[in-house]
Write a protein that binds this ligand. Structure first.
Ligand code: SAH
Length: 343
């Protein structure tokens, strides 16, 4: 049995260390070394040589390998990472005034089947371990020689379909002796798995929950997002209300604007109706034309859509499009790597 150190919490490393006959406080030392970014056990200089070699026998400390990297003119960096079993996943680092944000993958592929999403093609291969999720941060920090202070779980995969590993990942990344990212700096995006939303609410973490809505009408949403057949809008809103009651946190709504499909004033009005009485913010994104049949809304329609919310004093903003020149849409870089295409 080998243990992936990146998948263990500080407490678990302490337990492991003591099961190997060392004092548990050594666990904290080792945890700290791991997140300082050492590449070998020999760099853990305050740990005895004998114990370092014992650790090397039972533990691994491997990061995802950079398979391809693209740098945008706006500073956005996109990675295709190769995992130990050959799977390829993507992460994106975005540079904002308030610091660096990383967009992480939580699964290799995805089973949710959203029609507009490039990751959905081919379904899910497997869940990522907590270590593979945190490894994306460590590998990017090492490559860019910078600190990453914000995390959005909006890469490949459905975080709530891999909830245990995602929660474990957040606990590890939150640790003050590790990467030390406060829970307020995490955004978890879901397509709307209601049972899991309620479970997450019970944990009362001060993270931001983002929900991909994309249409306020069941028929249309089911067409775009098959998950809506199992968890229709009324059910979704009920779960979000429970989540909000449990956490007191404002919800973020993701809404990708598709030309002449979901960008009318009637859509905006129905969306406000649906979320009436809740604390929320609408994040509008022009759809990324990753799949056939999905075209970005015109500037006028985007403006009209945003104005509907402004008139009712509901916060709605258009997300700044970063990395547009580097094939942007999630899933595309992975596709290029897998088919051997050059970008
Ligand atoms: N599975 C989660 C998180 C990953 S997707 C979720 O569904 O929320 C992150 C966000 O990107 C979601 O809001 C998703 O709907 C959106 N998205 C996927 N493909 C897109 C595209 N082609 N254009 C715009 N947004 C897209």
């Amino acid at each position: 049995m080998t243990y992936d150190l990146y998948s263990l919490t500080k407490k678990e490393i302490a337990e492991l260390v003591s099961s190997l006959g060392e004092k548990p406080y050594r666990g904290k030392q080792i945890f700290t070394w791991v997140y300082r970014g050492v590449t070998s056990f020999d760099e853990m200089t305050d740990v005895s040589k004998a114990f370092r070699s014992k650790l090397a026998e039972v533990c691994t400390m491997e990061l995802p390998r950079i398979e391809r990297k693209q740098v945008s003119v706006d500073g956005t960096v996109k990675y295709a990472f190769r995992l130990s079993d050959g799977e390829v996943i993507e992460s994106v680092v975005m540079v904002y005034h308030h610091g660096n944000t990383i967009c992480l993958s939580t699964q290799a592929g995805c089973n949710m089947g959203c029609r507009f999403c490039a990751t959905a093609i081919g379904g899910k291969t497997r869940d990522l371990t907590a270590g593979e999720i945190i490894g994306q941060i460590m590998a990017a920090q090492r490559d860019l020689n910078c600190r990453i202070g914000n995390v959005v779980l909006m890469g490949m995969g459905e975080p709530l379909d891999n909830m245990e590993n995602v929660l474990r990942f957040m606990e590890i990344a939150n640790d003050v002796d590790g990467i030390n990212i406060g829970y307020r700096h995490f955004t978890l995006s879901t397509c709307g798995l209601c049972d899991k939303i309620e479970l997450l609410g019970q944990k009362q973490l001060p993270i931001t929950l983002s929900v991909s809505v994309h249409s306020p009408f069941d028929e249309e949403r089911s067409e775009m997002m098959p998950v809506n057949k199992k968890y229709p809008l009324a059910k979704l809103v009920a779960s979000l209300k429970k989540y909000q009651e449990a956490t007191g946190r404002r919800i973020s709504i993701e809404y990708a604007l598709i030309r002449d499909k979901n960008d009318s004033a009637a859509h905006a009005a129905a969306l406000m109706n649906l979320f009436a009485g809740m604390q929320y913010h609408v994040n509008v994104i022009p759809v990324n034309p990753a799949r056939e049949g999905f075209v970005k809304s015109s500037k006028e329609n985007v403006r009209r859509f945003l104005d509907c919310f402004a008139k009712k004093n509901i916060p709605a903003t258009m997300r700044r499009e970063l990395g547009a020149d580097i094939s942007a849409a999630c899933g595309q870089l992975r596709h290029q790597v897998q088919t051997g295409k050059k970008s």
